[in-house]
Design a protein around this ligand. Structure first.
Ligand SMILES: Nc1ncnc2c1ncn2[C@@H]1O[C@H](COP(=O)(O)OP(=O)(O)OP(=O)(O)O)[C@@H](O)[C@H]1O
Ligand SMILES: [Mg+2]
Length: 224
């Protein structure tokens, strides 16, 4: 109960102390960002994992995963099921795979390489998503060591030089390790947008083409 001025001062001091303690609460490993807690899973993950990858593509993807023929590039027109297929593969990795939108991810790496820390989202002890800055080396260490890295929609726009370098670095540090990308571009379009060195590294893994009409369109027609 507050009875005297001293009590008010004491409460103020106690609150100050508590604030300090809260500020010092450990934020969960900042490199938790891009991991599959609910906000860092593929969009619509729950539905996506239920989709059945069309047989020809499924066969190739399975063979690539089994042989470790990384990187795996899922390429094709919009709406043909690339992101859903990637989400299905993502679901196979239980050891904290990374899922990110490609452009955001490559920009973040590029920003870090420029001398700034990498801005990432992470979850604190209260379950709140907060943005933290992580030293570049620490971030890349995590990118290297995670079970798998999934980049959705690479090459949606012409890459800047730093983004080109980020993709190149990523291909190098994930060499032989699970790395899955989706794109609307063909391999030769990627060669034109990035360069032959990047395209060559992609071609050394597995490229799976998704063909046909958009399944989005089909869904809409079905429900009307
Ligand atoms: N195998 C499948 N069976 C049924 N529906 C599917 C299948 N794959 C995807 N879809 C549906 O088609 C729609 C588009 O799928 P998805 O987002 O995977 O396409 P995408 O190739 O990644 O498209 P974009 O290039 O525009 O990103 C989604 O609504 C999804 O639920
Ligand atoms: Mg997609």
């Amino acid at each position: 109960m507050v009875e005297t001025d001293e009590d008010v001062v004491a409460i103020g001091a106690q609150m100050e102390k508590l604030r300090g303690q809260i500020a010092r609460l450990p934020v969960r490993d900042p490199a938790e960002a891009w991991v599959p807690h609910h906000e860092h899973r593929p969009p619509g993950y729950e539905d996506a994992v239920k989709t059945e990858i069309p047989a020809p593509q499924r066969k190739k993807i399975k063979a690539a995963c089994k042989a470790g023929a990384w990187p795996l590039l899922l390429s094709g027109d919009y709406g043909t099921g690339k992101t859903c297929a990637a989400a299905v593969v993502f679901g196979q990795f239980t050891q904290r795979p990374i899922w990110a939108r490609a452009d955001d991810f490559l920009s973040a790496i590029a920003q870090g390489r420029g001398g700034k820390a990498v801005p990432i989202e992470c979850v604190n002890e209260f379950g709140e998503t907060v943005t933290k800055s992580v030293p570049y080396d620490q971030f890349m260490g995590r990118v290297r060591s995670r079970s798998a890295v999934f980049l959705d929609d690479i090459a949606t726009r012409q890459p800047t030089d730093p983004m080109y370098q980020s993709l190149f670095d990523l291909l190098e540090i994930r060499k032989g390790q699970p790395l899955v990308m989706t794109t609307n571009k063909t391999l030769s379009e990627l060669a034109a947008m990035y360069d032959d060195r990047v395209a060559d590294r992609l071609a050394a893994g597995t490229v799976v083409r998704f063909e046909g009409k958009s399944r989005r369109q089909k869904r809409r027609k079905c429900t009307v």
